[in-house]
Ligand binder design. Sequence first.
Ligand SMILES: Nc1nc2c(c(=O)[nH]1)N[C@H]1C(S)=C(S)[C@@H](COP(=O)(O)O)O[C@H]1N2
Ligand SMILES: [Mo]
Length: 377
Amino acid sequence: MGPLREGAFRGRLHDARTAVSVGRLAGAALVVCFVTGLVSHYLQQPPGWAVNVLPSRPVWGYRLTQGLHVASGIAAIPLVLAKLWTVYPRLFAWPPLKSVTHALERLSIAVLVAVTLLQLATGLLNTVQWYPWPWNFRQTHWALAWVLVGALLLHIAVKAPVIAAHWGRRSAGTLRLPAADGPDRRAFLATVGAAVGAVTVTTAGQSFTPLKDLDVLAPRHPDHGPQHLPVNRTAAAAGITAGHLTGYRLTVRGPHPYDLTLPQLQALPRHSAVLPIACVEGWSKNAHWSGVRIRDLLDRAGAPHSATIRVVSLQKGGAYSVMEMGASYARDPLTLLALSLNGAPLDLDHGFPARIIAPNRPGVLQTKWVGMLEVIV
Ligand SMILES: Nc1nc2c(c(=O)[nH]1)N[C@H]1C(S)=C(S)[C@@H](COP(=O)(O)O)O[C@H]1N2
Ligand SMILES: [Mo]
């Protein structure tokens, strides 16, 4: 009975042991992706109580977690496809629905597969900043992540006996599987491993600079960009022209507000820091920054140590033109209003005349073309 006869899929590539071998790798990639995604979400959009206490160390923390987020998401693509290929004969199981529980199980798998494919595909498109859909990427990515994890946990719970039976070196006795791994399964797993290795090695260099020479598939290369640093949004794309900057003044609003011209700002005590830009889209690179400490500018305005600040760009409109920074970053001695990058004044595309650089923060919050600092608490 059914569209395919019983036993149409023989061999070891579609059996439960192969499904478990590939499934646990896919599951591990998805779990790393989920946990690092949580980190990214909360660093970008902390709940109110956390705003002033987010950790500003280690300075490379976000670079690591977001690099892992994008790398594990990319690695999950071949792993999930391999897993689906391993189990697809079950689509033809007959009868299609045996009971209410069986119907619910199949429904949960349909949700898991649909959400996982959607999440990986849209996440990948986000790394190239292509948004061919009408909804807000970040909100949707966040909501789908929870659906995915819920469906994944349910799937693991339902399959726990099968997973346990095939986890070790040998499958448990009663399952009518060949005792030893046959060459077909090993060849398949090696192919999947090679695919994961290939997509990882050709993209990880966008963040893991020792591999930068192999970075041929990632949208960004760490060496391409003015002053040896990539640019996410150029001044032209943000609507900033040299004309906007004539008569530049930095405005600081607080208990004792003041204004500084560019020469006055440049004359303040300088500090330097080696800190990465770590873009949420997965590229990152360390750079040598120098500028004025944010905390010095705030002290001069009489801001309390516990102050949260708002940073406003000269850029008009756009999600990144206004940014809030909690006290743990604002007070950090490494958090700068940077005026120079890798030994030269900031390029216009890197935020000339002044931009924020802070440790352990997503690139989207490293505001460029800063015109105003405002003490808000
Ligand atoms: N005003 C403003 N600041 C901004 C952005 C922006 O679009 N507008 N992009 C942000 C993003 S997404 C990143 S990753 C960093 C990139 O900085 P860079 O172009 O100097 O490498 O700047 C951030 N600062
Ligand atoms: Mo970014």
